[in-house]
Write a protein that binds this ligand. Structure first.
Ligand code: SF4
Length: 407
């Protein structure tokens, strides 16, 4: 299929469905154990940490994913599969890795094509050809590094000869948990040499140990809980190592406890009591269900400031709908801060947008700014114009749209 045909096919697909906004989350029941990724989030917002640790919440209950992140998942999976011994074939090792990546990418794209996110295919279009090639090359290199390490493959890893501390000497994909820490997680790579434990992460892309440190330090706490007295180093695969001091571990433990103590295990808790709206909300896929975020966001929109923390979301009452082009509509709303805001270049193939009427409540999460967001004095303001489409897939946003039930 040529690129022009692919682009035409993308434009003919439905971008998504204009859904009814679900009600805000009133209560949550904090888990017995936080996941490592949930505990990292809890450092900034305990509610986000609780939600990230709850495996019963499906992807459909969250805001739409973005294709760059979906591509990142495919790349990470390539390195994971390498560690699991799943990369096989009759060709040379490099060819086997390349073939395995092609299969993973195809599977991800087929799955997307059959969902409401079909326009995210091909995933390479979301980052551009050069970035795509560089990221794939980097991930393949890491997959080869992992293959060359001759790691034990799960499930054998878990049954490798344990050390006196109860951890195997070398393991990939090893689950660790501690009731005392209220934490569980799966390390990418763990190896033991004497009294030293090394924990490595499979991050792909331009990520160093400092970037990965918040989660690696938590894995270190889990390892030390099972093997007290160990000295611990952390690293991103192929990168420099960082030795954690006893003070580093004590500080991480205290910080973790201060957050998990706020969310009593199994006790129904008001969601708003655990929420801490702020810059973390930009990365939270539960904004459409979070009353604390929505109240905070509206209170900031009308205030110019030197720094803006809120995500590029907007909502309010529809004032006008126009269709200036066959491929897009524009919608003017009065946002909940009382400002007139334009949503331009909203994909006309969004299912349900043609039925949207004046007076309805309209919500857009994850749009792009369409105009300067500075006021006359040079301070930053929440934009008054947003867009969905751009010039090509690399420049478009991947928002989630909803209609509200009340006026
Ligand atoms: S939207 Fe913000 S306040 Fe609400 S759970 Fe997410 S990070 Fe926390």
């Amino acid at each position: 299929m040529g690129p022009r045909h692919a682009a035409k096919q993308r434009s003919e697909r439905h971008v998504g469905v204009l859904k009814v906004l679900p009600p805000p989350l009133a209560e949550v029941v904090p888990p017995k154990l936080f996941t490592v990724s949930g505990a990292v989030k809890a450092q900034e917002c305990v509610l986000a940490g609780v939600l990230a640790s709850d495996s019963s919440i499906s992807g459909a209950e969250r805001l739409a994913p973005v294709p760059k992140a979906r591509l990142g998942t495919v790349l990470h999976r390539l390195v994971e599969d390498s560690a699991k011994g799943k990369i096989q074939g009759t060709g040379d090792v490099g060819a086997n890795v390349s073939h395995h990546f092609d299969v993973l990418l195809k599977d991800a794209e087929v799955e997307l094509s059959q969902s409401e996110y079909a326009t995210m295919v091909p995933l390479r279009a979301s980052v551009g050809e050069i970035t795509f090639r560089n990221r794939v090359r980097d991930a393949k290199q890491r997959a080869l590094e992992v293959l060359n390490r001759s790691l034990p493959r799960p499930p054998h890893a878990a049954s490798s000869a344990p050390t006196s501390g109860g951890l195997p000497r070398n393991a990939s994909e090893l689950w660790l948990e501690s009731g005392e820490l209220r934490l569980r997680g799966r390390t990418d790579l763990l190896s033991i040499d004497g009294s030293r434990v090394l924990i490595e992460d499979f991050k792909t892309g331009d990520v160093d140990v400092e970037d990965a440190s918040p989660q690696l330090v938590l894995y270190a706490l889990l390892a030390v809980a099972q093997r007290p007295g160990s000295s611990v180093e952390i690293a991103v695969l192929g990168g420099t190592r960082k030795k954690l001091s006893a003070e580093d571990l004590a500080a991480a433990r205290a910080s973790l406890k201060s957050k998990t103590d706020q969310a009593s295990s199994g006790a129904a808790t008001l969601a708003e009591h655990l929420a801490s709206p702020g810059s973390m909300c930009r990365h939270c896929d539960f904004r459409h269900r979070c009353r604390a975020y929505q109240t905070w966001a509206v209170s900031t929109w009308a205030n110019p400031s030197a720094e803006r923390k809120e995500p590029l979301d907007t909502w309010g009452v529809v004032l006008r709908i126009e269709r200036p082009h066959v491929q897009w509509v524009t919608i003017r709303i009065r946002d909940d801060a009382g400002r007139e805001v334009d949503l331009v270049k909203i994909d006309a193939s969004l299912s349900g947008v043609q039925q949207l009427s004046v007076g309805a409540r309209f919500y857009a999460f994850g749009v792009a700014a369409a105009a300067s967001s500075r006021d006359a004095g040079g301070l930053l303001v929440h934009p008054r114009a947003f867009r969905e489409l751009g010039n090509g897939d690399m420049q478009r946003a991947w928002p989630s749209f909803f209609v509200g039930t009340g006026a």
